[in-house]
Design a protein around this ligand. Sequence first.
Ligand SMILES: NC(=O)c1ccc[n+]([C@@H]2O[C@H](COP(=O)([O-])OP(=O)(O)OC[C@H]3O[C@@H](n4cnc5c(N)ncnc54)[C@H](O)[C@@H]3O)[C@@H](O)[C@H]2O)c1
Length: 360
Amino acid sequence: MDKKLQATAHAGLDRPPVGAALIGLGEISEPHIHGLIEAREDVRFVAVCDISAERANAVAQRIGAKAYTDYRDILADPEIEAVDLPLPHHLHFEVASSALEAGKHVLLEKPMAPSIQECEALAALARRKGLTLGVAENTPFVPAYVEAKALLDSGALGTLRSVRTLISGSEVHRLRDTSNWKGRTAGSIGGAIFDAGPHSFFLLNWMFGGIATIRAVTAKLVEEAEVEDNALVNGRLNSGALFSSEFTFTAEIPWGERLEIYGSAGSIVIDHLLNPSFVHYRGGSDISGARGAADPDPKYWKARSIAAGVGGFMAAVRRGLPAPVSPQAGTDAIRAVMAAYESVSKGGLEVKLSTSSKAR
Ligand SMILES: NC(=O)c1ccc[n+]([C@@H]2O[C@H](COP(=O)([O-])OP(=O)(O)OC[C@H]3O[C@@H](n4cnc5c(N)ncnc54)[C@H](O)[C@@H]3O)[C@@H](O)[C@H]2O)c1
């Protein structure tokens, strides 16, 4: 950390904890609640909001916070300095831009916004207002990924040759429910690529130095859905290595992620549903490999990383530091999403990308 940042970080500790509110109390809200509670040194958890009054009241009572049903009332509350937004995709831009206009720091769930232009507009607005905008991308808070990145950066894997990622689980129930935003174009904007793609594309940018070209094909297996529920994406990284990323929302298996990294001096396989979940192979004859230090945790790895990301963002706000996952990194992930959709619209043709981001 440079001297200027170090001084700012230290100065931030004299500030009182950040008054924070959570807007959106759905499926993924629990790890966000935990993140805000666990970061109590940096956060005063002031309020929660959901259009469901029942949900808002129940959570507010449980954690001892105020309950709101209209997010505009949160934005008018002077006690609240920062908002955390795990909301349906079509609300990301509207609520985030209103919050920034109202002078609140914003942590926005992925996918950052429905278009590159909207991502850039949010970043510009945050800069103009002098506020912190971050993306709740949990990938850099997953211990197994941090461990893999350290090994890769140390040169232990040699030259990177190829990378494979998989995100799998079942959204079949929500996709079949025509009243749920998840399967609707108007609510979700896109399907498996828009929803899960930002995780893998962030990972490819953050760990491997960015994506150069993309090709993609999709399928829609759930009849009632308007958006794709499966996608195969592949291409070339800026380093010249190949990648392939698979997203499936129709896999009847606990939600999980798999990452395979193949280098000239060894490989790493991470699979959050397996134990060991992290194995480092030093070559073709290294049959058993070495297990990583990161604890296998098939049930809570995701929730823990989301909670850690929320805490990391609030700590950054309090100290006046940049968000752990920057608007630039969130935008670059959306850039890859859009390139994948462009490829789909061209029947799977290769699309060139110009992501600069190696940063978070
Ligand atoms: N980081 C991850 O790994 C991860 C995992 C799952 C979901 N997500 C993201 O989190 C977000 C939410 O997903 P979810 O599955 O929890 O959705 P959800 O539908 O379960 O929850 C959304 C909540 O927002 C509430 N809501 C809707 N409109 C509102 C409004 N105007 N004001 C206040 N509340 C409103 C709904 O009532 C609901 O409780 C999405 O962006 C999704 O992509 C991220």
